[in-house]
Design a binder for this molecule. Structure first.
Ligand SMILES: Cc1ncc(COP(=O)(O)O)c(C=O)c1O
Length: 390
């Protein structure tokens, strides 16, 4: 069944962060919002119908994650990611950020060093800091518009006693899919140095045609034993407001520590609706919809990047996964403040400032292209109005 992703949905007044907080965040209620990572593309009907169907029952009481829910996840990982996971490895997280925070508390001690790889998703910094652990920055290296891992530095940091690595896989904001060799090298450093890996794979379904995501834990039993993988339907099917994700933890002992931490904060229950959505999403219908979505998003990425190249020297890092494009404005001579002001006030564009992703993001902006083609065309027209600066 062909889906129509061109549909424009008015999201105003739904208490939605992306639209309804524009005045608060950008000081301009009319910016074209291409920032926070959810989609303007509606959740497909086969999920919405399942939710509506559940809501026909008038009681939304305490709910457990049943076998059907666990089987939906194992089926998805086998058929979509070629990873044979067992139902008993699965636990809950209220959201992936919350899951990472619980894992940090469960598996490290206050004061421990935790490695992250900036530029990276801002909560990787804040969850470490807010849990009174130390951020160890292992910045990605950039070469010719592609980002790589600094393995030499990673090894040094691992030897100096880091306890955990939080991996963004695929990487937000640079859109990299890590290769098998890269993951094996990360894994080997972590195994040698007793480092727990938190693999945040929330974007792992959003992979462009011809590309392939690999879960680090799927590469060997040894790696599975030191890895906590987080996943969710929230990015893939645009259900972030349901705040329900999952953790895959093959090591029993690690899983118990994680589960105890979740229990200690009373965060393990989850919501009945999140479970219903996941059961409807991780299905053959979900796979078919996602294939079409990725082709549409690929068209958005190509249109945006080729459009930019026609009238500016702004460099775009073409993503292998995620609907996020990392834009390099460093040729512009504008500092971060002036760049933001120009884009917001003159071009009317709401992008995410690169500095939110660490100091390595200075001179960059992250653009969310999970929207209609028309929105991409409007964004290009609006950028054109300030093209003389770039
Ligand atoms: C890498 C990454 N992890 C986690 C999240 C948020 O996950 P959740 O809403 O489930 O906490 C995001 C959202 O943008 C993300 O990009």
């Amino acid at each position: 069944m062909p889906y129509n992703f061109d549909q424009i949905v008015n999201r105003d007044s739904t208490s939605c962060v992306k639209y309804d907080l524009r005045q608060t965040v950008f000081g301009n209620p009319d910016v074209l919002p291409m920032w926070v990572a959810d989609m303007d593309i509606p959740t497909p009907d086969f999920i919405m119908d399942a939710l509506r169907n559940r809501l026909n029952h008038p009681i939304l009481g305490y709910t457990f994650r049943d076998n059907e829910y666990l089987q939906a996840i194992t089926w998805w990982y086998k058929s979509f990611h070629n990873w044979d996971i067992k139902a008993e490895w699965i636990d809950f997280c209220p959201g992936v950020v919350s899951g990472i925070s619980h894992a940090i508390r469960a598996l490290t001690q206050p004061g421990d060093g935790i490695i992250i790889q900036p530029p990276v998703y801002p909560p990787f910094f804040s969850t470490v800091i807010n849990n009174h652990r130390r951020v160890i920055e292992n910045p990605l290296l950039e070469s010719n518009g592609k980002y790589y891992i600094n393995f030499e530095l990673l090894e040094q940091q691992a030897k100096q006693g880091a306890k955990m690595l939080i991996l963004s896989s695929p990487h937000n904001p640079v859109g990299r899919l890590w290769t098998k060799d890269e993951l094996l090298e990360i894994g080997s450093i972590c195994l040698k140095n007793n480092i727990i890996i938190i693999s945040d794979e929330i974007h792992s379904d959003l992979v462009y045609p011809g590309q392939n995501h690999i879960s680090i834990a799927s590469l060997s039993e040894e790696l599975a034993a030191i890895t906590v993988t987080f996943g969710s339907i929230s990015k893939t099917f645009n259900t972030a407001g349901l705040a329900s994700g999952f953790a895959i933890i093959p090591n029993n002992e690690v899983k118990k520590k994680y589960a105890d931490e979740l229990d200690a904060s009373g965060a393990g229950m989850g919501n009945a609706i999140g479970m219903v959505a996941l059961k409807a999403a991780f299905t053959p219908d979900g796979k078919q919809w996602l294939n079409q979505l990725m082709r549409y998003l690929e068209g958005n990425v190509k249109l945006f990047i080729s459009g930019l190249q026609q009238f500016t020297k702004i460099k775009a890092i073409e993503p292998q996964a995620t609907y996020l494009i990392w834009l390099d404005f460093r040729n512009s001579q504008l500092d971060d403040e002036k760049l933001s002001a120009l884009l917001i006030k003159q071009a009317g564009l709401g992008f995410s400032p690169g500095t939110e992703y660490g100091r390595q993001g200075s001179g960059f902006m992250r653009v969310n292209v999970a929207c209609s083609r028309l929105t991409i065309e409007m964004a290009l027209e609006q950028l054109k109005t300030v093209a003389n600066h770039f």
